[in-house]
Design a binder for this molecule. Structure first.
Ligand code: FPP
Length: 253
């Protein structure tokens, strides 16, 4: 029996987030420059999207370019931006055929004009698709996102539209870039690193974390199925006891 067949269909996470890591190392292992790894990483994105659709995952968020990635050598940043434009151009038709909607989180305005234009064109074209929402985190970092949300909330207080003591978790959440998406139940990081690196810090409060040594260019949908399988073996308690969870499950059954 394949791992996919072992998955319990009514316990598939709605939202999975992935930190795609290891492109540089993958390329270096092959005596190539880092960009070679990023290029091969696009095939992994394709396979992960396909796998997510097959399982009925509704939201897939990919950490494609962090705020901190701007500090990489200029040539690598340029190559990544060019790759993005190329990938969006090449993949939009296929995403559309597969009923995939595209969204972006991050400081989009800091991206080169051409990237913004391509992204916006593709986002508009895929806007009505419903099977899967593919969310690209670009020029994104969680601290940037939270600071931005804080400014927006503070502005409302300043304008008198909101009182400081009325601010709730929901108020803050509603001002995040991810306001219209559910929190991820599962976060995956490839390449053996076990860090979150400023990704969706607010949203992963209760997420399961899954780390795999597989380098991103080697990642395929079967690796996603492995992660979901592991997710299904875990008990998510949300601060409650095992006994309470078992009782709730028995009532649901
Ligand atoms: C991390 O590997 C990867 C990135 C910073 C970029 C990810 C980009 C892609 C997979 C290509 C384009 C994406 C889309 C959505 C079409 P790393 O360079 O940090 O690797 P290292 O840790 O081995 O150096």
């Amino acid at each position: 029996m394949s791992i996919k067949e072992k998955l319990i269909s009514d316990n598939i996470p709605k939202h999975v987030a992935i930190i795609m890591d290891g492109n540089g190392r993958w390329a270096r292992q092959r005596g190539n420059d880092r960009t070679f790894g990023h290029e091969h990483g696009v095939e992994s994105v394709r396979s992960a999207v396909e796998g997510a659709r097959e399982l009925g995952i509704k939201y897939l968020t990919l950490y494609a370019f962090s705020t901190e990635n701007w500090n990489r050598p200029k040539e690598e940043v340029n190559a990544l931006m060019a790759l993005l434009v190329h990938a969006i151009t090449e993949e939009t038709d296929k995403l559309n055929e597969n009923n995939v909607r595209l969204r972006v989180i991050g400081d989009v305005e800091s991206l080169p004009g051409e990237v913004q234009k391509k992204l916006n064109g593709s986002i508009d074209r895929l806007a009505d698709n419903e099977d899967l929402t593919l969310i690209l985190a670009l020029s994104y970092s969680s601290r940037w996102e939270m600071t931005d949300a804080m400014k927006k909330v503070a502005a409302k207080v300043e304008q008198g539209a909101l009182k400081a003591d009325e601010i709730t978790e929901e108020t803050f959440q509603a001002h995040l870039n991810t306001a219209s998406y559910p929190d991820p139940e599962l976060m995956i990081r490839t390449s053996g690193e076990q860090r979150i690196s400023n990704f969706l810090l607010w949203q992963i409060a209760y997420a399961e974390l899954y780390f795999t040594p597989t380098l991103w260019p080697d990642f395929r949908k079967e690796n996603l199925f492995d992660a979901i399988y592991e997710f299904q073996q875990r008990e998510r308690r949300f601060g409650k006891t095992s006994e309470q969870i078992n009782e709730e499950n028995a009532q649901k059954a």
